[in-house]
Design a protein around this ligand. Structure first.
Ligand SMILES: Nc1ncnc2c1ncn2[C@@H]1O[C@H](COP(=O)(O)OP(=O)(O)OP(=O)(O)O)[C@@H](O)[C@H]1O
Length: 597
């Protein structure tokens, strides 16, 4: 089955890209208008030049011949004023527009991060982190280019074409009309370029995303890459993706080159024709020389922006492709949604350890595969420790993840003290149900901060008490800066077993009603394993606990054991009952006992 999320562009409602752009610019609407006004004035100052030249040739020079310096001086002063005004207006424009662009991008980056973080685990398993990084970097960068330079270009081009056409028509309507007619083939050229460039840019942005995905995937898995000597295969694959990116880049440049050559050729042919016609009219006395000179200057200004229009279309196409991808990402909704009207859990009496969890007619399959857990019912009594055992792929972690609501069941529901998980506010659910995974992930920050993640308001004393109860205090105080050691810095490196202890201390401090623990399979050294086992007992005590057990010594401390096979619970009972029976667990247990002697 092909996964929708394997594609770079996720489905989004129609018009989502435009709506996104509008929503980004809405808060800065006033400043967007100001930038438009500044550009309008700046273009007026720039376009006045040739008009002054025409005036100088046709009026000021004859006046000078009569000994009147006034008109020429006026032209000189006018030209200087226009130059200064255009410079100052340009400066003001750049200042305002770059702030507009920066504010919009600041908002966009924040939105991508917040949104990606709020999406369910299911999304992240399918849409790789490399793609997310590509969205937040290269795609945002493409939009930055459009907002910072592209829009200025476009408004500048449109205004200059409008000013120049109007002035040409005013100077001499027949030259003006000829100039406007010559724009028709150029418009056709722009249209066909736009169509072709769109395909090329979409390909290019997908190609760069693939390069980033490969890069992050390889570096994130650098250990297995080196252990299994995947470097050569990776090099070859990366090379292929890199080639594809280069090819897409080359295609984009080639399209651009074709466009520039085509537009210049058309413009030059039109210019030559109009100049020849104008020269003929000057010779026959029906056109003033100054008007022809100004017209030629204006014609250059009319055609010049056509090249720049190509540049603008480039940044527009690449920003449009990026905007589409970002809009697709932002259109995703969590598959495990927050309840609209959360139901609070009933208060828990102080003498009652944990809460009762019930799986009611639950069945489950991952979106990318078939059914993993066929319909089942299961009640986990408050305050008891349940161990789940079974072969790899039997569905143990899946069952645990349903209890922690990383996924919602396909059918049926999971209840905590009678309240369906889907109706409990996320913040309360995360306080009540904590899942400790095998990896025992540590965030950047100090050891103390890592322990306090589930309860950020915990005092140092409480943090140390939890660490002591778990048996982590001694190794923590032996670190270079004790509890204030940064876990990612030199000297702060801590072993796998120690990481487990930190994550147990974290869970103990968070004090959830239900603890789901995926026991680490990694073989620790014997003292390390003993320490982790002891710590596990401490953290399980006094709450409802589910342990995915890989060691039979862990199973023995459980009140109840579930043996799973192919998504079903095939044996269920106390460890003693199961050992005494003749099922799989009894076989496993016998084999284990024999291995000990
Ligand atoms: N994120 C996922 N997407 C699709 N299928 C998955 C996903 N996670 C697990 N599965 C599939 O679900 C089945 C049960 O997996 P699960 O991880 O629950 O097994 P397990 O008993 O915990 O195994 P192990 O002891 O190896 O961790 C397996 O067939 C697995 O391929």
């Amino acid at each position: 089955m092909t996964d929708l999320f394997d594609r770079d562009v996720l489905p989004a409602p129609k018009g989502a890209s435009l709506a996104l752009l509008r929503s980004l610019l809405a808060p800065v609407r006033g400043r967007v208008r100001l930038t438009a006004l500044l550009l309008l004035l700046q273009q007026a100052a720039v376009q006045a030049g040739p008009l002054l030249v025409a005036y100088a040739i046709d009026r000021a020079v004859p006046a000078l011949r009569r000994g009147d310096y006034g008109p020429l001086a006026a032209v000189g002063v006018g030209y200087a004023l226009c130059a200064v005004a255009s410079g100052l207006l340009q400066l003001a424009f750049v200042r305002v527009s770059s702030r507009v662009g920066q504010d919009a991008l600041f908002e966009l980056r924040g939105r991508i991060f917040r949104h990606a973080q709020s999406l369910s685990v299911d999304f992240h398993e399918r849409y790789t982190s490399g793609r997310l990084i590509s969205r937040a970097t290269t795609d945002v960068e493409a939009i930055r280019e459009l907002l910072n330079d592209g829009l200025q270009e476009l408004v500048g081009i449109v205004l200059s074409v409008l000013y120049v056409s109007a002035t040409l028509l005013l100077l001499d309507w027949s030259t003006g009309t000829a100039a406007l007619l010559s724009l028709a083939p150029l418009c056709l050229l722009v249209r066909s370029y736009r169509r072709r460039a769109m395909a090329v840019f979409r390909r290019r942005s997908t190609a760069i995303a693939a390069v980033i995905v490969k890069f992050t995937e390889t570096m994130n898995g650098i250990r297995p890459v080196q252990v299994f000597r995947r470097e050569r295969a990776n090099d070859a694959h990366f090379d292929e993706l890199n080639h594809r990116h280069r090819q897409a880049n080359g295609d984009a440049m080639l399209e651009m080159a074709r466009y520039v050559v085509g537009s210049r050729l058309t413009a030059n042919v039109a210019l030559a024709a109009i100049v020849m016609w104008g020269a003929y009219r000057v010779a026959s006395g029906s056109l003033a020389l100054g008007v022809l000179a100004a017209s030629v200057l204006y014609l250059r200004r009319l055609y010049d922006p056509i090249d720049r229009l190509g540049m603008f279309l480039n940044s527009y196409q690449s920003a449009a492709a990026s905007l589409e991808k970002i809009a697709g990402l932002l259109a995703q909704r969590p598959t495990v949604p927050e309840p609209t009207a959360p139901v609070p859990l009933p208060a828990r009496p102080a003498d009652r350890p944990g809460r009762e969890a019930v799986f009611e007619g639950v069945s489950f399959g991952y979106r990318t595969g078939g059914e993993v857990l066929p319909r089942f019912d299961l009640t986990l009594r408050a305050g008891r420790t349940v161990a789940i055992v079974g072969a790899t792929g039997a569905g143990k972690s899946t069952l645990a993840k349903l209890l922690a609501r990383f996924y919602d069941p396909t059918h049926g529901r999971v209840l905590l003290d009678g309240v369906p998980l889907g109706e409990i506010a996320g913040s309360q659910l995360r306080r009540e149900v904590v899942m400790v995974t095998q990896e025992a992930f540590l965030f950047s920050g100090t050891v103390a901060e890592n322990i306090a993640i589930g309860r950020p308001d915990a005092t140092r004393e409480e943090i140390e008490r939890a660490a002591k109860a778990i048996g982590a205090h001694d190794f923590i105080t032996a670190l270079p800066e004790g509890y204030d050691t940064d876990v990612r810095k030199r000297g702060g490196r801590i072993s796998a077993g120690q990481r487990q202890l930190v994550s147990f201390a974290r869970a103990l401090l968070a004090d959830p009603a239900v603890l789901v623990l995926d026991e680490a399979t990694s073989s620790l050294d014997i003292p390390g394993e003993k320490a982790v086992q002891r710590a596990m007992h401490t953290v399980l005590r006094g709450r409802t606990a589910v342990v995915i057990a890989h060691r039979l010594s862990t199973v023995e401390i459980a009140d109840r054991v579930l043996v799973m096979a192919d998504g079903r619970v095939v044996e269920d009972g106390t460890p003693a009952e199961l050992v005494a029976g003749d099922g799989r667990f009894a076989d496993l247990h016998r084999a284990w006992r024999e291995s000990l002697v």
